[in-house]
Design a protein around this ligand. Structure first.
Ligand code: AMP
Length: 150
């Protein structure tokens, strides 16, 4: 398998991120670099009002910013835990598929590593983050099948 030098690892900050990272390491050449990216989806007004009684305060922008700060903290923690430089992490706001593709292209990554649950039926029709990245990516994409029984 090709060893890549500039690897972008898209993580959703769940426990499954470890599996995605493990595979990313395997395709990284000796002097290669892994960068971690997480995308925060902006909080939308209708979502907040859909759950009366939910304990959320603040406007949409402020809430999105809070989520972004929390994600930044968690992503840096994850980097340290797996022995990566916390400076090689990035949190963006927007649509995960589009932002992951755009960031990889802008920063000259030669592969994007992403998890996939191998959606069936409706999931396949609606599309997953991996599908969104795959369609239109300017570089290679490694879709790591997530083992949910681990
Ligand atoms: P899903 O769309 O839930 O099947 O996500 C599968 C994979 O997409 C995850 O294992 C991550 O690699 C990536 N992913 C999902 N959401 C995000 C996100 N918000 N930011 C970065 N990567 C993500």
């Amino acid at each position: 398998m090709t060893a890549y030098r500039q690897i972008l690892v898209a993580v959703d900050l769940t426990e499954e991120s470890a599996q995605v990272l493990d595979q990313a390491r395997k395709i990284c050449c000796a002097d290669g670099k892994l960068s971690l990216l997480h995308v925060v989806q902006p909080v939308a007004g209708p979502y907040l009002t859909a759950f009366p009684g939910t304990q959320v305060t603040g406007n949409e922008t402020a809430l999105t910013e809070k989520f972004r700060e929390t994600a930044e903290h968690k992503l840096r923690e994850l980097a340290v835990r797996v022995g990566l430089d916390p400076e090689d992490t990035m949190v963006l706001t927007g649509s995960p598929g589009a932002e992951i593709r755009r960031y990889a292209e802008q920063h000259g990554h030669d592969v994007i590593v992403i998890g996939t649950h191998g959606q069936h039926g409706l999931g396949l029709l609606l599309g997953s983050t991996a599908n969104a990245v795959l369609h239109g990516a300017a570089c290679d994409v490694l879709a790591v099948r997530i083992n949910t029984e681990q």
